[in-house]
Ligand binder design. Structure first.
Ligand code: PMP
Ligand code: GLN
Length: 378
């Protein structure tokens, strides 16, 4: 392995999902739902396959999906993107993140990212030969320290990488926080790459895309995907919305990563994006209920629980159970309690803050969460 990729090894999600399979433990590690998304969306994919959507679609994505993404932005955020040139379909948000960072960064550039960071950010920044500079979200509230953010800017800073709602802490950035971040980006002429895959999963507060703030549309690459919004994480359909020049840059790298993305899934996700508001509201309320259910179980088991404002995940501190190291705890938990979770320390450079934090996913059936709670209570 090339030296600049040192430490990337195996993702924690692969390690912990494998542990769940070999031990038969309940997998509250990797964030994927254990029920499928809407049947009509599956039918739309099957119909597309039967109708011959089985060869390479256009590299930018099929026109109707680009149109559906633009309509969805308009419906939920009152924001206009031209489906021809300001929307790019990708193979999940994962590819969008890689394509954006590889397109925008030069070796030696610096990326300021909220940490804990989703693991692919660190990997893609490393692949680009750039350097990550973390701004640590600390318990109990996991808010960004805006002075720390301002102090992190150097003359090599090129990109601010955001994620709101934030995996793993569940932080949803407020308008005031986003305004402060936007002011830094504008002052230093930085590009913001923002990962908003949990945009519809907000239980407290409101999701505000930073691209809707004054002066930000022209310098923001917004990334989202269908996985979490429609419970089809295995379909890997994502997208980028950005001004034309930034889309052109991201397209350049995307062409050589995958060239194009899953043909029959594209018309199906176009259909999904046009589901009525009741669908999006229902998903959120279902997950809010599950957040509360799991949170109760985790508290009853003696963990310190940091209630998330959004996402699929609850962050806990294991210290009250007499453990100090989340990685060690998560490797033992399947044996001890028959449950798999994710140690957050792997998402931190500031390992002191991350060490006792463990993430549990609540995007599971109620009976699974109840069983997990029972096992955790011992
Ligand atoms: N970003 C974040 C914050 C995530 O949690 C995930 C996992 N869904 C991704 C990106 C990857 O999304 P996708 O499955 O669409 O590639
Ligand atoms: N985004 C999901 C999570 O955070 C899945 C990650 C993955 O498998 N790479 O759990």
């Amino acid at each position: 392995l090339a030296r600049h990729l040192d430490g990337l090894g195996t993702t924690i999600f692969a390690e912990m999902s494998a542990l769940a399979r070999t031990t038969g433990a309940i997998n509250l590690g990797q964030g994927f739902p254990d029920t499928d998304g809407p049947a009509e969306v599956i039918e739309a994919a099957v119909a597309a396959m039967r109708d011959g959507a089985n060869q390479y679609p256009p590299g930018d994505g099929i026109p109707d999906l680009r149109l559906a993404v633009a309509e969805h932005r308009q419906r939920f955020h009152r924001q206009t993107f031209d489906p021809d040139g300001e929307v790019l379909i990708t193979t999940g948000a994962t590819e969008a993140i890689a394509a954006a960072l590889l397109a925008l960064l030069e070796p030696g550039d610096e990326v300021i990212a909220l940490e804990p960071f989703y693991d692919s950010y660190a990997a893609c920044i490393a692949m680009a030969g750039a350097r990550r500079v973390g701004v640590t979200l600390r318990p109990p509230h996991f808010r960004p320290d805006l002075d720390e953010l301002r102090a992190a800017v150097t003359d090599r800073t090129r990109v601010i990488m955001l994620n709101t709602p934030h995996n793993p802490t569940g932080t949803v950035l407020t308008r005031a926080e986003l305004e402060a971040i936007a002011a830094v980006a504008i002052e230093h002429d930085l590009i913001v790459v923002t990962d908003e895959v949990y945009e519809h999963l907000v239980y407290t507060g409101e999701h505000i895309p930073i691209s809707t703030l004054p002066g930000m549309r022209e310098r923001t690459v917004t990334i989202s995907s269908a996985g979490k919004t429609f419970s089809f994480t295995g379909w890997k359909v994502g997208w980028v919305c950005a001004p034309r020049e930034l889309i052109a840059a991201v397209r350049t790298t995307k062409q050589f990563l995958t060239y194009t993305s899953g043909a029959p899934f594209q018309p199906a996700i176009a259909h999904a994006l046009r589901l009525p508001d009741t669908y999006f509201d229902g998903l959120r309320e279902d997950l809010r209920h599950k957040r509360d259910l799991l949170g109760g179980g985790l508290r009853a088991a003696g963990l310190t629980v940091y209630e998330p404002q959004g996402t699929y995940f609850t962050t806990t501190d294991i210290t009250p159970l007499g453990y100090a190291d989340g990685l060690d705890f998560c490797r033992k938990l399947p044996e001890l309690r028959g449950v798999v979770a994710i140690p957050e320390v792997v998402f931190f450079d500031n390992v002191e803050v991350g060490r006792p934090l463990v993430r549990f996913a609540f995007c599971k059936r109620v009976e699974v969460l109840e069983e997990a709670a029972k096992r955790l209570a011992g």
